[in-house]
Write a protein that binds this ligand. Structure first.
Ligand SMILES: C[S@@+](CC[C@H](N)C(=O)[O-])C[C@H]1O[C@@H](n2cnc3c(N)ncnc32)[C@H](O)[C@@H]1O
Length: 266
């Protein structure tokens, strides 16, 4: 993901700035990583690269809007190399919690040791299969404060039951006025073939996430929802349909970006 964001950052018509992405790439693989990466990865990037660029911009906007609207806490679930705590202009008092496994967070903070976060950044080293709500509260998260949640690049790896469990936990920690932004990409023949070309592990990483229409999924958990086709969001940013979702390509499938809200009290 960082490599794709680094490529986007180098474009003149970039959809966002992420000067940190290239640092992660260099730390992970050195100069020219993508020049020498196996062609198999190039196939996956050809399908999903534009999607990552579009979703990054969409989530930047949604999270900043939520923060401006009173969400003083932001939780990045499975944060990975997401550098939003460093690169976005957060309102004062914003606290960004980054949940991921310890090894990943350690790599990230080592790479960014000289960088200054643009908010209060809190690492929460835990496993999303364990009692992460407890770890989050112990790290200073306050359930009574409206929160913006981000579910990016992780839902696909969950079974429908696990996706339901994740959203149930998010909901139970969410005060009125909270927002959840998410991406949902069900598996498709094109994505499966591109992953198979990389490795058996990659082929089997996709469990599909929530079943059915994602707006309904959110509403079942008590959120109002606004869900858009990724291709429509791309068009609004002046980008072509990302290849994995292009109906004119054989084996393509659907993909959505969405935002849910819990109503504020009158
Ligand atoms: C594809 S990356 C997405 C990272 C980031 N959200 C983004 O979009 O760039 C998936 C992330 O999920 C994290 N992850 C996978 N399984 C996890 C688990 N059980 N608990 C916590 N994090 C997990 C990985 O360490 C990785 O950083």
């Amino acid at each position: 993901m960082a490599a794709i964001r680094a490529m986007e950052d180098s474009r003149a018509d970039r959809l966002f700035r992420d000067p940190y992405a290239e640092r992660f790439v260099q730390a992970a693989g050195g100069d020219g990583y993508w020049d020498t990466a196996p062609t198999a990865w190039a196939g996956f990037v050809a399908l999903m690269g534009e999607e990552v660029a579009v979703r990054t911009r969409y989530f930047d906007e949604e999270l900043l809007r939520a923060a401006a609207d009173g969400c003083e806490q932001v939780v990045l679930l499975a944060a990975g190399m997401d550098a939003r705590a460093y690169r976005l202009s957060w309102p004062e008092y914003t606290r960004v919690f980054e949940i991921d496994v310890a090894e990943v967070l350690a790599f990230k903070s080592a790479v960014l040791k000289d960088a200054e976060p643009a908010c209060e950044r809190v690492e929460v080293a835990t496993d999303l299969r364990l009692d992460w709500p407890l770890a989050l509260r112990e790290a200073g998260f306050v359930p009574g404060v409206p929160t913006a949640w981000l579910i990016e690049g992780i839902l696909y790896a969950l079974t429908p039951e696990a996706a339901d469990g994740l959203l149930a936990r998010v909901t139970s920690l969410s005060a009125p006025g909270s927002v959840v932004a998410f991406e949902h990409v069900p598996d498709s023949p094109a994505l499966r073939a591109a992953r198979q070309a990389i490795s058996a592990e990659m082929a089997n990483i996709w469990f599909g996430g929530p079943e059915g229409e994602p707006g309904l999924w959110l509403r079942r958990h008590g959120w109002t929802s606004q869900v858009r086709d990724i291709s429509k969001v791309a068009a609004a940013y002046g980008r072509p349909v990302p290849a994995a979702f292009d109906p004119s390509r054989e084996g393509s499938g659907p993909g959505w970006l969405g935002t849910g809200r819990l109503a504020k009290p009158e």
